[in-house]
Design a protein around this ligand. Structure first.
Ligand SMILES: Cc1ncc(COP(=O)(O)O)c(C=O)c1O
Length: 504
């Protein structure tokens, strides 16, 4: 499964010798006026490893082999919706006419991609039940920031700048409070009920003349659908607030319901979590933000608009109330293109079928895992789940001294990706599972069997799981140490290693 490697294999910076070359670019034959001005040129060479092509290739192939991905195995990581990325999407994104586009090209020469983006906005807006969409934001969290900033701009514009509080339940994703603060507002957290849903009394008590809006994730992070959504909407609207829908978990309900129809003003979709684009890994991801007429004037610039008479797509910067830019150019368009290909390939019925399939696999997996001695389903067990379910390993920890983290690591030794653990915070010893529509019954049965077998071994020997995962290139990481000693650059790594401080 994995290529065996030791953690202390040399880094690429430690390989190579001065003067080794992979490729020599041709001499620059541009006229002098295009050269970088003398005073702006670097005087010392960059600290880059010098390697031949074969070594570079081996380095990257090796890294890719250490990676665990949906293409290599079962990946039921809760909250992250690790969907298969159909390869046809990659083919579309790699078409020569798409791949070599540059955002600075004259608009007449990029009509094709603008049309695709415009149509994608319409499709996503249709699914959201909200007419206006931007594709600029590069991740869900960035979508949240953008949507909340629209809400803030609306209140400021209406002489209501004292409205600076966003209400969100304690089940919400960690990005919700962070985005609220980034958007210059304050979070008012409200408690959830025992059934995992928003407590209506807590919501009523939280609204005031300072309420800017409610931020709701639905289905929530326990995988439970917030059934009182209409009542919630009216409580917040009556208090003068607006409604933000965190649509990150839309994979369970796409084509089934539309947040706009439930009174919501603004929403984001994580394109990777529902429309099968790559996750981005901190890099080029994409989210869309859709809103209604109330918030449309504040959308980030540029918007992509269409002049029907001239049959011409263009970037519209002439938007005086806009919150400004939230990303360079028009976001990560190659990712948006993949989402377009996915939606076009499946069609409306296909998207709906996918949602049903995702819900079915999640419920099957959760119910099978719930039968294992040592697990219980968090919050009310009788409620069917949507895209995911959260188990709690509390009984196992109490009875056998082996915690949820140990069980998660043991599963890695069996060749599966671990679940999301210890989130959401309102669950105890949380074990969050989201197989998505990717996994068939056989795969889920294998997964459940592996979990059950590992837990049996840990029952017999409580130390069994403490050093898991085995057989992986990196074993059990000291998470507390690594958080306190972030080593994110070669320079820091080198300094620490030289001082003998790098003790993994
Ligand atoms: C409910 C919810 N909201 C927001 C986010 C943040 O999205 P991103 O990781 O793309 O920033 C996630 C991520 O999984 C999520 O599950």
């Amino acid at each position: 499964m994995y290529r065996q490697a030791k953690w202390d294999e040399p880094l690429i910076f430690e390989l190579g010798k001065a003067g080794r070359r992979a490729h020599l670019p041709p001499r620059c034959d541009f006229p002098k006026e295009f050269h970088i001005p003398e005073n702006m040129r670097r005087t010392t060479p960059p600290e880059l490893p010098e390697l031949h092509e074969g070594e570079v290739m081996r380095h990257y192939v090796h890294l890719s082999q250490q990676n665990y991905c949906v293409d290599s195995g079962t990946y039921p990581l809760g909250s992250c919706t690790m969907k298969y990325n159909p390869k046809i999407n990659e083919t579309v994104a790699r078409m020569e006419k798409m791949m070599y586009l540059h955002p600075d090209q004259p608009v007449e020469t990029v009509q094709g991609i603008l049309e695709v983006l415009y149509e994608l906005q319409i499709a996503l807006g249709e699914l959201a039940g909200l007419k206006h969409t931007t594709l600029q934001t590069p991740a869900g969290a960035s979508g949240e920031y953008c949507g909340l900033t629209l809400i803030k701009a609306y209140h400021d514009d209406h002489g209501d700048s004292q409205r600076d509080e966003i209400i969100a339940p304690d089940s919400s994703h960690g990005t919700n409070p962070a985005s609220t603060v980034q958007a210059g507002m304050k979070l008012i957290e409200i408690k959830s009920n025992e059934d995992g849903r928003v407590n209506m009394d807590a919501l009523k008590a939280a609204v005031s003349e300072r309420t800017a809006g409610l931020m709701l994730t639905n289905p929530n992070t326990l995988g439970i659908f917030e059934k009182d959504i209409i009542e919630m909407s009216s409580i917040v609207k009556e208090a003068g607030g607006l409604l933000y829908y965190d649509g990150a978990n839309f994979n369970a309900i796409v084509g089934k319901i539309r947040p706009g129809d439930m009174g919501y003003d603004v929403l984001h979709f994580n394109l990777h979590k529902t429309f099968s684009t790559p996750h981005g890994g901190g890099g080029p991801g994409a989210a869309s933000v859709s809103c209604n007429d109330l918030l449309e004037p504040y959308l980030p610039i540029p918007t992509i608009d269409y002049d029907k008479d001239k049959d011409f797509y263009y970037y519209n910067y002439d938007r005086p109330k806009s919150i400004g830019k939230v990303h360079g150019y028009y976001g990560n368009t190659a990712i948006a293109l993949r989402a377009y290909a996915y939606i076009a390939a499946l069609g409306f019925q296909g998207l709906k079928d996918t949602a049903e399939h995702a819900v079915l696999t999640a419920n099957y997996a959760v119910r099978q895992l719930e039968k294992i001695e040592g697990f219980r389903l968090s919050h009310t067990s009788s409620i069917p789940r949507k895209h995911e379910g959260v188990l709690e390993a509390v009984p196992f920890k109490t009875n056998y001294g082996v915690d949820g983290m140990d069980i998660a690591k043991m599963i890695i030794s069996r060749g599966f990706h671990a679940p999301t653990v210890y989130f959401p915070l309102i669950a105890h010893e949380a074990w969050m599972v989201e197989p998505t529509e990717n996994e068939n019954k056989d795969r889920i049965d294998q997964y459940v069997q592996a979990v059950s077998e590992e837990m049996e071994k840990a029952k017999a020997d409580p130390d069994y799981g403490h050093d898991a995962p085995k057989w992986t290139s990196v074993g059990r990481i000291d998470s507390a140490w690594s958080v306190r000693n972030l080593v994110v650059s070669y320079k820091i790594y080198k300094e620490k290693k030289e001082k003998g401080e790098f003790v993994p």
